[in-house]
Ligand binder design. Structure first.
Ligand SMILES: C[S@@+](CC[C@H](N)C(=O)[O-])C[C@H]1O[C@@H](n2cnc3c(N)ncnc32)[C@H](O)[C@@H]1O
Length: 285
């Protein structure tokens, strides 16, 4: 455990880039819209996926939205396929594309929880591995779908692994006699609904809804790879609530329990099953 585990760290997050990007591609492959002019990437992180969205729709204006200065700094510094700009807005990112203009990518600092698109202004609202950080995100579906043009698509992927040892061990530790006085909430990251609930919620506002789930089996190499993976995401809110020494101690206990739950296989790798939930909702034409 080092201090790099304590903040949103783009380097740590990108360590398992291939594994984290696979659901991105599988989600993108299911978006049927062809004529795309305006795209928003909610919780764009390092912007790697935002750049891919721009490559997929080269003529579109693509806006990546995130709240983390570290992630946005990385996003703006990364090689992007078109002109890249960063800006700071409180809650709104509407389209700016003029007819006939080249595609572009820009990054905006905004809170997804209060972000509201202009009605009928977007073709794709995309979000990979971000909405589980947003309490009540499903209550936003109505205004997001209203922000789509006819035939536009809201597509997102969220982890569905909150019952897995990687997460139950974390919340068990946080609620143990030793630590519970230090945490106000039990499981800050678990805002995810069941697939059937997503279907019913989205079906109220969209004409066509496609929901599926996949469990990936990631064979990870190195020492404590599940800890390394989770330290970039689910562990972060816990260590942020602690001072440095407490954070190191808390993380060390968590790391030890993960070693037992995720032993090394005969190959020397550690198998990390990871369930993910996908949704693609299309506004009526
Ligand atoms: C796990 S990362 C996913 C990044 C990227 N979509 C990807 O596929 O690699 C989640 C991102 O959501 C962002 N995020 C979390 N809560 C947010 C909020 N309320 N508003 C905007 N971004 C948020 C985080 O800063 C982080 O960059």
């Amino acid at each position: 455990m080092t201090e790099r585990h304590i903040r949103w760290d783009p380097g740590q997050y990108l360590r398992y880039r291939d594994e984290r990007q696979r659901p991105f591609w599988e989600l993108l492959a299911r978006i049927p819209t062809v004529d795309v002019r305006n795209v928003v990437d909610l919780g764009c992180g390092t912007g790697a996926g935002t750049a891919e969205l721009s490559r997929r729709w080269p003529g579109a204006e693509v806006v990546g939205i995130d709240l983390s200065d570290e992630m946005l700094a990385k996003a703006s510094a990364s090689e992007q396929p078109a002109g890249v700009r960063s800006e700071d807005v409180s809650s709104h990112a509407g389209p700016r594309k003029e007819p006939g203009r080249e595609g572009s990518v820009r990054f905006v600092r905004a809170d997804i929880a209060s972000w509201t698109p202009e009605p009928s202004s977007l073709d794709v609202i995309f979000s990979n591995a971000a909405l589980h950080w947003i309490p009540g995100h499903a209550r936003r579906f109505g205004s997001w779908v209203e922000g789509l043009r006819r035939g536009g698509v809201l597509a997102f992927q969220v982890p569905g692994n909150f019952d897995a040892p990687s997460h139950t061990l974390l919340s068990d530790l946080a609620t143990s006699a030793e630590w519970r006085h230090r945490f106000a909430t039990r499981d800050p990251a678990n805002q995810v609904h069941r697939p059937s609930d997503y279907y019913n919620l989205l079906r109220q506002v969209a004409e066509d809804v496609d929901i599926w789930e996949t469990t990936y089996y990631h064979p990870l190499s190195g020492d404590d790879p599940v800890f390394e993976w989770v330290s970039a995401t689910a562990l972060r809110p816990y260590v942020e609530a602690l001072n440095r020494d407490e954070a190191l101690s808390f993380a060390e206990s968590y790391r030890e329990s993960l070693r037992v739950a995720y032993p090394r296989e005969a190959s020397g790798e550690t198998m990390f099953p990871f369930r993910r939930i996908f949704a693609v909702a299309t506004r009526a034409r």
